[in-house]
Each structure stands twice: as structure tokens, then as C-alpha cells.
Design a protein around this ligand. Structure first.
Ligand code: AVJ
Length: 327
């Protein structure tokens, strides 16, 4: 009963927060909704499908590094620490990280893994995946928004490695990425580490194809944002009167997604809030930044971090960078 009550409260608070965000974002010019709202249950399922797409090359690149470099990463960090706490932000279901943790295990006297994710569902799979792969690892799962959960992470006498994988850093334009790095730094001691996966700039057509797949799954993923507003906020979007428009700018390394209104129309929400869309007016939904080395160096410098190591996939289009606070 208590459990159900808590779950219901959480859901209500989340929906209120979503509604406030939507009201603000759709009243702006240009209109804007943040990509973190993609991920309701249907959005999670669509993202799983995206990760299987031939055109969406990112998960395969990441897996290459995890499979071929985890041993090296473990060895590099164990030169400094024999007891390690690994904290993963946006840990997901653990199907990737379990390989990393498993290869880390022999290098440390003790290993603790703290998985942080917004989804209870993903975390329960995560626990099973990690625990069955690495039995000696002390497992801690923390559900919630990682800004809140990371902030209240207790200190440890062990070394700490924070993981931020999946190229999720790409959702932060450079100034936001710098702010995010400073936030991570606040819980790192001098010898601690931050390991981040970056998707690097590559041929613009290859990048564009990753966000404009031929099966239209990415389109469904974006339009699900409108369906989510229908489901949760009682809006009356007709998704057939909107289209998805992704593009990539090689000058900035930014892939952007937008939802375009195919006619002049008004959309109403259950509480009386309404929004007008002009003919072909767009709503910005996502930034997926592709990084130049100079971007990564700028982020490191401005957040007072040093680059300790870099690990690449086979074609060098994707990298894990190991950062350390500047002494
Ligand atoms: C989960 C942020 C890495 O930007 O590539 C995939 C999300 N959006 N297709 C990305 C996404 C459209 C993805 N990240």
C-alpha cells in the first residue's frame, strides 16, 4: 500500500513537472521541449529499437571499446587505487556495463558499483545483470533523477570512478557540458576519475543517417513526445499533422531534431492551456553533439579537469576519455 502510494505520488509530481516544462517550452519562440522527456515507457522501447538499427552506429562503437579496452581501463585505474567505487549516471539495464565491471573485478581488492537511473524498471534488470556477472561486487541501485541522486552521494574512502557512457554527453551543448563536468567534479577527490563516452565528428552523411533512419523509428521516437502529451497532459495533438526533421551541421558538430507542424493549427490541453502552431513552425527537441577534439579539450580546461587517458573503437570515430580533477 505504502509502496503504491509512493509510486503514485512520484508519477503525479513527474507529470506536473512535465506539464510545467511543456507550457514554458511551447510558449517560447522558437518552441522547445527537452529530449529527456522522450523516455516514457513507449520512448524507452523505441530507443531500444533505435539501438538495433544498422544506421545508428553508436552502440556498436561503444561495445567495441567496452569489450576491447575495459581490461586496460581497469589496469590504468588500479595503478592508483586498490579499492574502487564505480558510480554510473544513467546506468540503464546494465547489459553493457556488466562487461566492463567483470573485466575490472580481478584488478581490485574491493569493488562497489553504484547504479543511478531514473527508471526503476531498468534498475531492477541492472541489478540482476551486474550481480550475476560479478558476484564479488557490492551492488547499490539508486533510482531517481541523477542530478538529485549524485548530489546526495555519500563520500567514500575508496577511489571513485564516475561513468557517463552511451554518448549521453552529446545531449549537452558545450556550455552545458562544462556546467555538467563542474557538477561531477564537486564529488571527486584529486585521484578520482570521470570516464565519458564521446561520439566524434565523422562524415556528415553518416551522422545524418543515424538520426534519419529509413524505417522511421527515430521519427516515431520524436513524435512520441506529442503522444506522451496526449496521454499524460490530455493534449489533442494529431501526430499526422506533424513531421520529424533531423539535420546535421558540420560547422558546429551538432545534430538537431525538430518536429514541424504541417499546418496552422491550435492544440489544446486538458486544463485549458492551448498552443498555436504556424504553418511549418518547428519545435526543437534534441541536440546530439558530435565532438571535435578541441571541444573535449575546451570542456576539460574550463571545468579544471585533466585528460588522463583516451580509449578508441576500431575506426576511431568514438572514444572513452578518462578525466581527472586538476591537482
Ligand atoms: C541517448 C543521447 C546518445 O543522441 O544519439 C538517438 C538519443 N536520439 N536517436 C543520441 C537519440 C535520437 C541518443 N543519446
Amino acid at each position: 500500500m505504502d509502496f503504491l502510494w509512493n509510486k503514485t505520488c512520484k508519477k503525479v509530481i513527474e507529470m506536473q513537472e512535465f506539464f510545467e516544462h511543456v507550457k514554458k517550452g511551447l510558449s517560447k519562440s522558437p518552441k522547445k521541449i527537452a529530449s529527456r522527456y522522450f523516455y516514457d515507457a513507449k520512448g524507452d522501447a523505441l530507443f531500444q529499437q533505435i539501438m538495433q538499427l544498422e544506421e545508428y552506429y553508436l552502440p556498436r562503437c561503444e561495445m567495441q571499446i567496452i569489450e576491447n579496452k575495459s581490461e586496460q581501463i581497469g589496469q590504468d585505474i588500479s595503478a592508483v587505487h586498490s579499492n574502487l567505487q564505480v558510480v554510473e549516471l544513467g546506468a540503464g539495464d546494465g547489459t553493457k556495463t556488466k562487461h566492463l565491471i567483470k573485466q575490472f573485478e580481478p584488478h581490485f581488492d574491493s569493488l562497489e558499483y553504484v547504479a543511478m537511473d531514473i527508471s526503476d524498471n531498468a534498475l531492477s534488470i541492472n541489478k540482476k545483470e551486474i550481480s550475476s556477472e560479478a558476484e564479488q561486487v557490492k551492488y547499490i541501485g539508486v533510482a531517481g533523477n541523477y542530478f538529485d541522486t549524485y548530489k546526495s552521494l555519500p563520500s567514500t574512502s575508496d577511489g571513485r570512478l564516475v561513468l557517463f557512457l552511451g554518448a549521453n554527453i552529446g545531449n549537452y551543448p558545450t556550455p552545458d557540458a562544462i556546467g555538467f563536468f563542474r557538477f561531477i567534479q564537486s564529488k571527486l577527490k584529486e585521484e578520482d576519475y570521470f570516464l565519458v563516452a564521446f561520439d566524434l565528428v565523422k562524415h556528415p552523411r553518416k551522422i545524418l543517417a543515424a538520426y534519419d533512419d529509413s524505417q522511421g523509428i527515430t521519427k516515431q521516437f520524436n513524435l512520441n513526445l506529442l503522444e506522451r502529451m496526449n496521454r499524460e497532459l490530455g493534449a489533442n495533438f494529431n501526430i499526422h499533422q506533424f513531421d520529424h526533421f533531423p539535420f546535421y551541421d558540420p560547422l558546429t558538430g551538432i545534430a538537431s531534431s525538430q518536429i514541424v507542424s504541417l499546418k496552422k493549427q491550435t492544440v489544446e490541453f486538458s486544463d485549458g492551456f492551448s498552443v498555436c502552431f504556424d504553418l511549418f513552425e518547428a519545435v526543437h527537441t534534441e541536440v546530439s553533439k558530435k565532438f571535435f577534439w578541441s571541444d573535449i579539450e575546451e570542456i576539460a580546461n574550463k571545468s579544471k579537469m585533466d585528460i588522463a587517458q583516451t580509449y578508441y573503437n576500431a575506426n576511431k570515430g568514438y572514444t572513452f576519455v578518462l578525466f581527472r580533477p586538476q591537482g
